[in-house]
Design a protein around this ligand. Structure first.
Ligand code: R5P
Length: 298
Protein backbone atom coordinates (compact mmCIF):
# COMPACT_ATOMS: atom_id res chain seq x y z
CA UNK A 1 0.00 0.00 0.00
CA UNK A 2 1.29 3.48 -0.84
CA UNK A 3 2.28 6.04 1.78
CA UNK A 4 -0.39 8.52 2.85
CA UNK A 5 0.76 12.14 2.95
CA UNK A 6 -1.26 14.71 4.87
CA UNK A 7 -0.68 18.44 4.72
CA UNK A 8 -2.75 20.44 7.16
CA UNK A 9 -2.43 23.57 5.03
CA UNK A 10 1.10 24.72 5.76
CA UNK A 11 2.64 24.21 2.33
CA UNK A 12 0.61 22.80 -0.61
CA UNK A 13 3.45 23.28 -3.14
CA UNK A 14 5.95 21.23 -1.14
CA UNK A 15 3.23 18.69 -0.30
CA UNK A 16 2.57 17.95 -3.97
CA UNK A 17 6.33 17.66 -4.69
CA UNK A 18 6.78 15.24 -1.79
CA UNK A 19 3.73 13.21 -2.80
CA UNK A 20 5.27 12.74 -6.25
CA UNK A 21 8.77 11.93 -4.93
CA UNK A 22 7.46 9.48 -2.31
CA UNK A 23 4.86 8.03 -4.64
CA UNK A 24 2.40 8.87 -1.90
CA UNK A 25 -1.35 9.30 -1.93
CA UNK A 26 -2.59 12.66 -0.66
CA UNK A 27 -4.70 12.14 2.48
CA UNK A 28 -7.92 14.15 2.51
CA UNK A 29 -8.71 16.32 5.52
CA UNK A 30 -11.60 18.49 6.50
CA UNK A 31 -10.57 21.37 8.71
CA UNK A 32 -12.40 24.39 10.02
CA UNK A 33 -12.81 26.51 13.09
CA UNK A 34 -15.83 26.32 15.35
CA UNK A 35 -17.40 29.72 16.07
CA UNK A 36 -15.52 29.81 19.37
CA UNK A 37 -12.16 29.40 17.61
CA UNK A 38 -11.57 25.73 18.47
CA UNK A 39 -10.44 23.40 15.68
CA UNK A 40 -12.62 20.88 13.85
CA UNK A 41 -10.70 18.11 12.11
CA UNK A 42 -11.90 15.09 10.17
CA UNK A 43 -9.80 12.56 8.22
CA UNK A 44 -11.60 11.37 5.10
CA UNK A 45 -9.01 8.83 3.94
CA UNK A 46 -8.93 5.27 5.30
CA UNK A 47 -5.54 4.88 6.99
CA UNK A 48 -5.75 1.54 8.82
CA UNK A 49 -2.41 -0.27 8.55
CA UNK A 50 -0.87 2.48 6.41
CA UNK A 51 2.29 4.52 6.76
CA UNK A 52 1.29 8.15 7.26
CA UNK A 53 3.50 11.19 6.85
CA UNK A 54 2.34 14.62 7.94
CA UNK A 55 3.98 17.62 6.31
CA UNK A 56 3.30 20.40 8.75
CA UNK A 57 5.75 23.20 8.46
CA UNK A 58 6.04 24.71 11.90
CA UNK A 59 6.64 28.37 11.10
CA UNK A 60 4.12 30.37 13.19
CA UNK A 61 3.98 27.24 15.33
CA UNK A 62 1.42 28.42 17.86
CA UNK A 63 -1.19 28.60 15.07
CA UNK A 64 -0.47 25.07 13.87
CA UNK A 65 0.69 22.86 16.70
CA UNK A 66 -2.61 21.90 18.27
CA UNK A 67 -4.19 20.85 14.99
CA UNK A 68 -1.05 18.90 14.12
CA UNK A 69 -1.22 16.98 17.41
CA UNK A 70 -4.94 16.32 16.89
CA UNK A 71 -4.23 14.95 13.42
CA UNK A 72 -1.41 12.64 14.58
CA UNK A 73 -3.64 11.33 17.38
CA UNK A 74 -6.59 10.75 15.01
CA UNK A 75 -4.43 8.85 12.52
CA UNK A 76 -3.21 6.55 15.29
CA UNK A 77 -6.76 5.97 16.53
CA UNK A 78 -7.77 5.11 12.96
CA UNK A 79 -5.06 2.43 12.88
CA UNK A 80 -2.15 4.02 10.98
CA UNK A 81 0.89 1.75 11.21
CA UNK A 82 3.21 4.75 11.70
CA UNK A 83 2.96 8.53 11.77
CA UNK A 84 6.01 10.56 10.76
CA UNK A 85 6.47 14.33 10.77
CA UNK A 86 8.15 16.44 8.11
CA UNK A 87 8.68 20.01 9.23
CA UNK A 88 11.31 21.78 7.13
CA UNK A 89 11.43 24.56 9.73
CA UNK A 90 11.66 23.29 13.28
CA UNK A 91 10.36 25.99 15.59
CA UNK A 92 11.50 26.98 19.07
CA UNK A 93 15.06 25.74 18.63
CA UNK A 94 16.50 29.17 19.47
CA UNK A 95 15.07 28.96 23.00
CA UNK A 96 17.80 26.61 24.15
CA UNK A 97 18.86 28.28 27.40
CA UNK A 98 17.31 29.96 30.44
CA UNK A 99 18.77 33.45 30.17
CA UNK A 100 16.68 34.90 33.02
CA UNK A 101 15.19 33.11 36.05
CA UNK A 102 11.77 31.62 35.33
CA UNK A 103 12.09 31.68 31.54
CA UNK A 104 10.67 28.70 29.67
CA UNK A 105 13.33 26.85 27.69
CA UNK A 106 10.66 26.25 25.07
CA UNK A 107 12.71 23.95 22.86
CA UNK A 108 12.38 21.20 25.50
CA UNK A 109 8.61 21.00 26.10
CA UNK A 110 8.12 21.53 22.35
CA UNK A 111 10.41 18.55 21.66
CA UNK A 112 8.55 16.45 24.23
CA UNK A 113 5.18 17.18 22.61
CA UNK A 114 6.42 16.21 19.14
CA UNK A 115 8.31 13.16 20.42
CA UNK A 116 5.16 11.84 22.09
CA UNK A 117 3.04 12.32 18.97
CA UNK A 118 5.31 11.02 16.18
CA UNK A 119 7.40 8.01 15.24
CA UNK A 120 10.11 10.07 13.51
CA UNK A 121 10.98 13.59 12.44
CA UNK A 122 12.57 15.08 9.32
CA UNK A 123 13.67 18.69 9.27
CA UNK A 124 16.15 20.99 7.52
CA UNK A 125 19.05 22.68 9.33
CA UNK A 126 17.49 23.11 12.77
CA UNK A 127 19.09 25.85 14.87
CA UNK A 128 21.54 23.66 16.75
CA UNK A 129 23.56 26.06 18.83
CA UNK A 130 23.74 24.98 22.47
CA UNK A 131 22.40 21.54 21.56
CA UNK A 132 24.75 19.52 19.39
CA UNK A 133 22.10 17.15 18.11
CA UNK A 134 18.32 16.85 18.07
CA UNK A 135 18.77 13.65 20.08
CA UNK A 136 19.54 15.79 23.13
CA UNK A 137 15.89 16.86 23.33
CA UNK A 138 13.95 14.65 20.86
CA UNK A 139 13.44 11.04 21.85
CA UNK A 140 12.32 9.86 18.38
CA UNK A 141 14.61 9.10 15.44
CA UNK A 142 15.26 12.17 13.31
CA UNK A 143 17.00 13.13 10.09
CA UNK A 144 18.50 16.56 9.51
CA UNK A 145 18.61 17.57 5.86
CA UNK A 146 21.48 19.94 5.16
CA UNK A 147 20.82 22.86 2.87
CA UNK A 148 24.55 23.65 2.38
CA UNK A 149 25.04 21.57 -0.83
CA UNK A 150 21.96 23.17 -2.39
CA UNK A 151 23.05 26.68 -1.39
CA UNK A 152 26.60 26.08 -2.64
CA UNK A 153 25.22 24.88 -5.97
CA UNK A 154 22.96 27.95 -6.25
CA UNK A 155 25.88 30.30 -5.51
CA UNK A 156 28.04 28.55 -8.12
CA UNK A 157 25.36 29.10 -10.73
CA UNK A 158 24.37 32.69 -9.88
CA UNK A 159 27.17 34.68 -8.21
CA UNK A 160 30.51 35.72 -9.67
CA UNK A 161 33.44 36.05 -7.20
CA UNK A 162 31.40 35.58 -4.03
CA UNK A 163 32.69 36.44 -0.56
CA UNK A 164 30.55 34.60 1.97
CA UNK A 165 29.78 36.42 5.20
CA UNK A 166 28.27 34.89 8.32
CA UNK A 167 26.82 37.53 10.65
CA UNK A 168 27.54 35.70 13.90
CA UNK A 169 29.41 32.78 15.40
CA UNK A 170 26.30 30.58 15.22
CA UNK A 171 26.24 30.93 11.44
CA UNK A 172 29.79 29.57 11.08
CA UNK A 173 28.60 25.95 10.85
CA UNK A 174 26.50 26.76 7.76
CA UNK A 175 28.74 29.39 6.17
CA UNK A 176 31.95 27.34 6.42
CA UNK A 177 30.18 24.28 5.01
CA UNK A 178 28.75 26.23 2.05
CA UNK A 179 32.11 27.97 1.42
CA UNK A 180 33.97 24.65 1.49
CA UNK A 181 31.59 23.07 -0.99
CA UNK A 182 31.58 26.13 -3.28
CA UNK A 183 35.36 26.64 -2.93
CA UNK A 184 35.02 30.33 -2.03
CA UNK A 185 36.32 32.52 0.83
CA UNK A 186 34.27 33.35 3.92
CA UNK A 187 34.31 35.58 6.98
CA UNK A 188 32.43 35.27 10.25
CA UNK A 189 31.40 38.41 12.15
CA UNK A 190 30.42 38.84 15.78
CA UNK A 191 26.92 39.75 16.88
CA UNK A 192 25.57 41.21 20.07
CA UNK A 193 21.79 40.98 20.50
CA UNK A 194 20.31 43.17 23.20
CA UNK A 195 16.66 42.68 22.19
CA UNK A 196 14.41 41.37 19.42
CA UNK A 197 15.09 44.46 17.26
CA UNK A 198 18.33 45.61 18.82
CA UNK A 199 21.38 44.01 17.27
CA UNK A 200 24.94 45.12 16.57
CA UNK A 201 27.41 43.37 14.30
CA UNK A 202 31.21 43.72 14.19
CA UNK A 203 32.83 45.39 11.19
CA UNK A 204 33.89 43.00 8.43
CA UNK A 205 37.49 42.95 7.25
CA UNK A 206 37.06 43.94 3.62
CA UNK A 207 40.64 44.61 2.57
CA UNK A 208 40.70 41.67 0.19
CA UNK A 209 37.00 41.63 -0.54
CA UNK A 210 36.46 44.90 -2.40
CA UNK A 211 36.19 43.17 -5.78
CA UNK A 212 33.92 40.40 -4.52
CA UNK A 213 30.15 40.10 -4.39
CA UNK A 214 29.13 39.87 -0.73
CA UNK A 215 26.86 36.93 0.01
CA UNK A 216 25.42 36.82 3.54
CA UNK A 217 24.35 33.38 4.69
CA UNK A 218 22.37 32.54 7.83
CA UNK A 219 20.00 29.80 8.93
CA UNK A 220 17.10 32.03 9.97
CA UNK A 221 15.96 35.48 8.86
CA UNK A 222 13.30 36.58 11.30
CA UNK A 223 13.10 40.27 12.24
CA UNK A 224 15.82 40.79 9.60
CA UNK A 225 17.82 42.96 12.01
CA UNK A 226 20.89 40.69 11.86
CA UNK A 227 21.04 40.99 8.08
CA UNK A 228 20.12 44.71 7.98
CA UNK A 229 22.86 45.60 10.42
CA UNK A 230 25.44 43.60 8.46
CA UNK A 231 24.29 45.11 5.18
CA UNK A 232 24.69 48.63 6.54
CA UNK A 233 28.42 47.92 7.15
CA UNK A 234 28.84 46.62 3.63
CA UNK A 235 27.06 49.64 2.17
CA UNK A 236 29.26 52.03 4.18
CA UNK A 237 32.34 50.23 2.85
CA UNK A 238 31.11 50.81 -0.72
CA UNK A 239 30.73 47.15 -1.64
CA UNK A 240 28.48 46.08 -4.51
CA UNK A 241 24.85 45.15 -3.79
CA UNK A 242 24.85 42.04 -1.63
CA UNK A 243 22.87 38.84 -1.91
CA UNK A 244 21.49 37.40 1.30
CA UNK A 245 20.63 33.74 1.56
CA UNK A 246 18.52 32.31 4.36
CA UNK A 247 17.72 28.66 4.91
CA UNK A 248 14.51 29.66 6.69
CA UNK A 249 12.99 32.96 5.63
CA UNK A 250 10.46 33.87 8.30
CA UNK A 251 10.48 37.63 7.53
CA UNK A 252 8.56 38.94 10.52
CA UNK A 253 6.83 42.31 10.07
CA UNK A 254 8.38 44.49 7.38
CA UNK A 255 11.69 42.57 7.27
CA UNK A 256 11.37 41.43 3.66
CA UNK A 257 10.46 44.90 2.34
CA UNK A 258 13.37 46.50 4.16
CA UNK A 259 15.86 43.86 3.06
CA UNK A 260 14.89 43.91 -0.63
CA UNK A 261 15.46 47.67 -0.73
CA UNK A 262 19.17 47.13 -0.25
CA UNK A 263 19.94 43.51 -1.19
CA UNK A 264 18.86 40.57 -3.31
CA UNK A 265 17.10 38.10 -1.04
CA UNK A 266 17.11 34.35 -1.68
CA UNK A 267 15.77 31.55 0.49
CA UNK A 268 15.40 27.81 0.30
CA UNK A 269 11.84 26.53 -0.06
CA UNK A 270 11.83 25.49 3.63
CA UNK A 271 9.22 28.17 4.32
CA UNK A 272 6.96 29.06 1.39
CA UNK A 273 7.76 32.63 0.29
CA UNK A 274 8.29 34.59 -2.93
CA UNK A 275 12.05 34.65 -2.21
CA UNK A 276 12.25 30.83 -2.56
CA UNK A 277 14.80 29.89 -5.20
CA UNK A 278 16.38 26.76 -3.74
CA UNK A 279 14.38 23.54 -3.90
CA UNK A 280 14.59 21.21 -0.88
CA UNK A 281 12.01 18.53 -1.67
CA UNK A 282 14.37 15.82 -3.07
CA UNK A 283 16.63 15.51 0.03
CA UNK A 284 13.59 15.64 2.32
CA UNK A 285 11.96 12.76 0.43
CA UNK A 286 15.24 10.83 0.61
CA UNK A 287 15.42 11.36 4.39
CA UNK A 288 11.84 10.09 4.83
CA UNK A 289 12.66 6.97 2.83
CA UNK A 290 15.81 6.35 4.89
CA UNK A 291 13.88 6.57 8.16
CA UNK A 292 11.20 4.22 6.85
CA UNK A 293 13.85 1.72 5.78
CA UNK A 294 15.52 1.98 9.17
CA UNK A 295 12.20 1.25 10.90
CA UNK A 296 11.71 -1.76 8.61
CA UNK A 297 15.07 -3.23 9.59
CA UNK A 298 14.84 -2.45 13.34
C1 R5P B 1 20.45 33.25 15.48
O1 R5P B 1 21.58 33.37 15.87
C2 R5P B 1 20.16 32.92 14.06
O2 R5P B 1 21.21 32.23 13.49
C3 R5P B 1 19.85 34.17 13.24
O3 R5P B 1 21.00 34.96 13.12
C4 R5P B 1 18.76 34.97 13.88
O4 R5P B 1 17.72 34.14 14.23
C5 R5P B 1 18.27 36.06 12.97
O5 R5P B 1 17.25 36.75 13.62
P1 R5P B 1 16.80 38.19 13.15
O6 R5P B 1 16.45 38.13 11.69
O7 R5P B 1 15.59 38.47 14.01
O8 R5P B 1 17.90 39.15 13.43
Amino acid sequence: MSILLFNPDSDPALASQLARLLDAQAGVLEQRRFPDGESYLRVHTECKGRRCVILCNLFHPDERLLRLLFLADTLREMGASEVGLVTPYLAYMRQDKRFKPGECVSSRPFARLLSEAFDYLVTVDPHLHRYHSLDEIYTIPSRVVQAAPLIAHWIGQHIRDPLLIGPDSESEQWVSHVAGLAGVPFQILQKERRGDYDVSISLPDLEQGQQCTPVLVDDIISSGRTMLETLSHLQSAGLPRATIIGVHGIFAGDAYTRLTQIADVVTTACIPHLSNQIDIAPPIAEAVRELMQQRDTD
